[in-house]
Design a protein around this ligand. Sequence first.
Ligand code: SF4
Ligand code: SF4
Length: 704
Amino acid sequence: MPATRQVYWNIDGHVWLYLFFAITLMVLGYGVYRRLRLWKMGQPENRWQEVWAGIKDILVYGLGHKRILKEGYPGIMHLSIVLGFLFLVFATAVITLHADLGLPLFQGNLYLFIKFTANFFGLAAILGILMAFVRRYILRPDRLDNKPDDAITLGLIFAILVTGFLIQGARMAAEPDPWAIWGFVGYWLITPLQTLFNEGELLSLHKLLWWIHLALAFLFMAYFPYSKLFHVILGPLNQFFRKRGAVGVPALIDFEDESVENYGISEFKELSWKTLFNSDACLRCGRCQDNCPAYVSGKHLNPKQIIQDLRVRMEEEGKALAEARKFAKKNANSPGAAEAASTKEMIGNAASNVKDEEEELLIAPGRALIGEVIPEEDLWACTTCRSCEEQCPVFVEHVDKTIDLRRNLVLTEARFPAEAQLAFRNMENNGNPWGIGWSKRAEFLSGLEVPTMEENPEAEILYWPGCSGAFDARNQKVAAAVVRLLRQANVNFAILGNEEKCCGDSARKLGNEFLFQTLAGENIEVMKSYGVKKILTQCPHCFNLLKHEYPQLGGDFEVVHHTTYFRELLQDGRLTLGKYEDKKSSRAPLKVTYHDSCYLGRYNQIYREPRELLRLAGLTIIEMPRHGGKSFCCGAGGGRMWLEEHGGQRINELRTKEALTTGAELVGSACPFCLTMINDGINAQEGAVQVKALDVAEILVQAL
Ligand code: SF4
Ligand code: SF4
């Protein structure tokens, strides 16, 4: 422990120090309490189920920066600041324990270790802060909105770090330190400081800087819960409380429950505490915005803005609640107030939730979630691609809310785009969104002699072509390719034929839960009647729904996507491949770019298998800049396949341009919606006709 510090460590110093510290803690505590009170307004939701997984997430995504580091500049910038912050907190804690509690910690090798690491990471943090200033105020990427809080936060940390090093330098300049070199940043300052000041001045400077540093540190602590700094705690907590298991499975609505009058979510009070917490955990980093196909293509929807708007709405509600409490308190004290007793009791509960009926009466209805906080057009613009969630460093959950709000519009308000109405009616009447007669479902396979489950009850696998495979001319070819590959591998399979109905994915994601449950219920019943165990499909939407969402209704089947299944057949030697050949042009395109479907990739982590199949077919893959988890949606997910696209550019055309820019001769995909959208995109591009879009199954057939 350096002697210089002891100079200020007298009785008076302690008194002032502890007084300031106590005030700081009170301000900090009040700030935390204010936010807690806001989150408590939300509905209960249990997020404690997987504590160890939560801790692991904090280590991997919080400390380890797994997601943040996906972007080089902001990733390194943030990591430098965080490491500096952590090491300096550690160093300060050790010094305080040593000086205040007399624990002999800050000595020997630990002293040298702390001195060196605090200098190293403190310097890294200064560089990180400078990078942040450059990025925010010089480079100014669109996705960052600069608020005064950002400048204050950065300035405060910068000032704490700089004064810390100056203190160290002034001390070592005033008193010879044989270990000075271990504090190398302070060491560099010795000569300039000695040139500028004499010994007495150095001691005074040291004292002054020490108090300034301390005041800044207390200011930092007090400001913490009122500022962006709070994300240091809220970010990891949001990672801890994130949803685990299959992603994007909407909650089941119980239509038997007659007490439910309002489906989905339309009012603030229906939001869960986790939704409110999300809005506080959001760092405003804008990664979601940058990766949202709707926003990037010029639509009004901006996932970051939605989260920020919910935060503003939460604060409005919190303010209204606080005023209601004040009003109630005043009434309780006024003579003769009839409701005094009940009001008082009410305030007793109050940390209480806004859902408390009496209290609710005192709050004027705030802005409606749909329309006033979130524009309706934003709700319909979302493709449920989950890119926002995948890129978010703190696992903010955007999509479930969109579906909940859509549910309200569809099931309670009966207010939705006209095209959705048509798709719903077609699904209801004919079991498919195209509205083609249900009895024509199996016609696409005429000539291929595929047995139905009724004809082949011993089938080892049920092939589920889905509505696209059955009714869409382009995707019928894909279904035929799947059948051909299954035959080639001698797989004993069958279809449901006319007994298959739309799986219900589009209906569910568009908010029509009732239609989804009707369709899914009928499909499950039919499959159970045939004793189906395993289902194969080429459609990622059917795949995801059958695998993760049908179990909610008792439909537990093993479900496999064709890319995974064909990969297995090749591994088992049941299928053998040559090289891909374009039979028509006799040209053998060697370069392919693969477009990841959101529901296969981000929803189910199937990235490797389709690429392996393409390589096995002799093709060279050229990746688009946005691929894998960062893939850019084709624009058809979340039921948007059936809706008109309003405003901005067309998402599929943007994606197709990206694919064509790679110079590949083929665009591979593994989803009927993506295939349709990319085909349309290619047709819309001048001079791109020589490029083909094919499903992986079609490529494999041409490599047989
Ligand atoms: S799910 Fe996709 S379209 Fe919807 S807000 Fe997120 S990034 Fe945008
Ligand atoms: S929601 Fe996540 S990705 Fe979007 S701005 Fe907030 S922290 Fe960043």
